[in-house]
Design a protein around this ligand. Sequence first.
Ligand code: F6P
Length: 548
Amino acid sequence: MTFPRCDQTVAWSALAGHFEAHGRELDLRQLFADNPDRVHRLSIQAPEMLCDLSRSHWDVTTQRHLFDMARECRLEAHRDAMLSGQAINQTEGRAVLHTALRAPKGQGPHSELVHEVLERMLAYVDGVRLTAGGTAPGQITDVVNIGIGGSDLGPQMVVPALDAFVHPGLTFHFVSNADGQDLASVLRRLRPEHTLFVIASKTFTTQETMANAQAAKQWFLDEGGQDIAQHFVATTTNVAGAAEFGITTTFGFWDWVGGRFSMWSSIGLPIALALGSTHFKAMLAGAHAMDQHFAQAPLESNLPVYLGMLDVWYRNFKGYTSRCVAPYHHGLRRLPAYLQQLVMESNGKGVDAQGESLPYATSEVVWGEPGTNGQHAFFQMLHQGLDVIPVEFILVKRASYRAPASLSPALRNMWDQQHHVLLANGLAQAQALMWGKTAEQALKEAVPTASQAMPPEVIARHRAFPGNRPSMTLLLDEVTPRSLGALIALHEHRTFVSGALWGINSFDQWGVELGKAMCKELLPRLASGDTSGLDAATAAMIGRLRSS
Ligand code: F6P
């Protein structure tokens, strides 16, 4: 099962020619002037959202060549191979079937297995939520998820994003770091009789998670906790490993679910505890709707396809090395971190699926902060720095936090206003990035003051903006379990599309192994001080770390 790589296609050469002739110099202001219909043509509708791609650095010719390239790469056949459960993760000999986790009962591969665990997990969730927030021993007020990477980032991102839907009697904590401070600062506020620990690890061998799990267990016993079986559950593919740890309540999943694609599996237990069965199922349904769109929409109206193609164009032709994710929704503040793992662990590869070195760069750096906070930190660079960094705005029509009927009209009114402030800021940033401001305009606006040490023309140059900075805007009606599910699935499929065009295996992560192995080797040396055979820098640093 091999698929052509993007640079082996005729369209790739056409794109290169187009880039030299027009693509290098594309100016958004000109593109809009030349084509008044641009915003409509490039507003792509997908389940639960609309994406405005009109402020991206591409034109009709770019898109035509990209679609040709996708067809030459047999993108649709590659997609179908994934969705039907072929072992497209060839270095690990595994299928890639996170989509099966959100397919309705009776549909998709492994349906029986998936729904057996899902129903069992949701029944457990209903039981915990029934008495959650109570004061009697055994009634849960705090859930501590101990896991890292894909066993942390999904639930850690989703629970605050859907804060308006979270059980009022439950507080959620996410502990991931090997640094004991992470766990210690959480435990300081907890009592064992009201705490539920979820030990989340696909392998149940990950160093950080095992260390934190052991420490949590010790704390639980030290503080007089009774009944480990009631207060510790595991979510893992390694049921035997969890049993060895002493956990009897385990919700499994399977090796065909990659860690960074696992929030739909039992790794989503904290999400289900927070939201309850109905909302958890709505999140799965939203993701499934996006799966259907990805599987069935023609390429020319398929949003994940547009985004994945744009990623390749930006990275390999326009030379953009990163993209900034700016959700104008405070609940989505962990989305950039979630996407970092999804995109960079999937597509940060240097060889193709056959092991041949790649002649082009792959994964872009993904980073960001919620708006409006980012505006007061790094937007300066986005507007006036010399690097061009595409920005992905997420705007949400309706805020979910202002729903409770008990709000006073005065407060509701204030929060309505604040939501308009938020949206106006997002709109303004996209506009400013595109239009910029010339030094002449800046000069006209400048109000000279007596204290100015520089001539007004010089100051105007500091106050000018180049403009023509690309962005896109994803528009959601509201952040709900369903729309968030669709949003995450969109990014999963987008990551698949760019990885498939690059001809890489997006589903392994060998790049994390070397450091892990070296850490194992160094750990005893920190205690013994033995630095024999080590490089000079590491040996010297061990010496410094051990000196009193
Ligand atoms: O960082 C490497 C990695 O394997 C991720 O892919 C994974 O999400 C994370 O570690 C955690 O692994 P596990 O769920 O097995 O503890």
